[in-house]
Design a protein around this ligand. Structure first.
Ligand SMILES: [Zn+2]
Ligand SMILES: [Zn+2]
Length: 313
């Protein structure tokens, strides 16, 4: 990490519950206070990102999550007061963990707990009310599934289009149709309670870009909703540090430069997310994000705790 300014960019997107499993093996994973606290500990020990929100997938929600979130918020309060013994007891961590987090909070670092609410058909029935009880600091809305026709039954099937297991289906569906379905699904999804529109360019993850004119129309449509409803738009950096996606970097940077420029012109707020699925990935790709923000003249990005913009540097 080169620049002190990079450390000040809030990271709103990270998954303490970890990496995806293969599609058929995905299942709910319960939060523990320890799991959440240690997610923040890694940033605290490193000293950045100085603002960090955890935001796990709604399909992983379990009945235990709301209580774990309540407990870790209590532990963070205790750490802020410098009571490291009770912090450690509350979060079920060592005192050394608690004191690293307490020092970080004393130095102005902030941690919050949100959710990535997507349209995963495997989301448990009670998830929405559990999330409500969790009182997420921010809701990232994203789309990982689009409805396609299934030939045998004629029913719609929810295609996990950004999952490498199912990437071959781009050939059958076609890139233009995939994007059209993605955008109509996204526009519908963000009618639900939402603070941040997550990873807009996700259908291009494996290099599937629609024709430039159509893409610009899609960008304008989504930005218009963001402007009207005061939603932030996420600059997601996962493509910028994921080694399997590195061939996408230039196209992704160019697209985001255009999107940020348009967002700035419309007064749409930007949030930045690493989409980390392990602690080492928190804040990854943020040097490039900072260069993009600077290029586009954006000097404030969104962070939910204080429900206001945070100056960069
Ligand atoms: Zn996502
Ligand atoms: Zn994510």
């Amino acid at each position: 990490m080169n620049s002190e300014r990079v450390a000040t960019i809030p990271d709103i997107h990270g998954h303490a519950k970890g990496e995806h499993r293969v599609y058929a093996a995905e299942r709910p994973i319960a939060y523990t206070p320890r799991m959440l606290f240690l997610w923040f500990y890694h940033a605290a020990r490193r000293g950045w990102p100085r603002r960090l929100m955890v935001s796990d997938h709604i399909n992983f929600t379990t009945a235990k999550d709301a209580e774990a979130v309540r407990t870790v918020r209590r532990a963070l309060d205790l750490a802020r007061q410098g009571d490291v013994i009770r912090t450690a007891q509350t979060a079920d961590v060592y005192v050394t963990h608690a004191s690293v987090v307490a020092d970080a909070l004393g130095n102005g670092m902030r941690f919050s707990i949100g959710i990535e609410a997507d349209n995963d058909p495997r989301t448990p029935a009670g998830a929405a009310s559990i999330v409500e009880t969790m009182r997420p600091d921010s809701i990232i809305r994203s789309v990982h599934f689009i409805p396609i026709e299934q030939r045998e039954t004629g029913d719609g099937w929810m295609w996990p289009f950004d999952n490498p297991e199912f990437a071959k289906l781009y050939n059958a569906i076609g890139v233009e149709k995939t994007w059209a379905l993605y955008i109509s699904t996204l526009l519908k999804e963000i009618e639900a309670p939402c603070d941040v529109v997550g990873h807009f360019y996700v259908p291009a993850k494996f290099g599937h870009w629609p024709c430039p004119r159509r893409l610009e129309q899609y960008e304008d449509q989504v930005l218009e909703v963001c402007r009207a409803r005061r939603l932030a738009l996420e600059l997601n950096t996962r493509v910028l540090y994921d080694e399997t996606l590195v061939h996408q970097t230039q196209a992704y940077v160019d697209a985001n430069r255009r999107l940020l420029t348009k967002a700035k012109a419309r007064g749409v707020k930007i949030a930045v997310g690493s989409d980390a699925h392990r602690p080492d990935d928190q804040g990854q790709g943020f040097e490039i994000a900072l260069a993009l923000l600077d290029e586009c003249g954006i000097d404030e990005v969104d962070f939910p705790t204080e429900r206001q913009s945070e100056p960069v540097g």
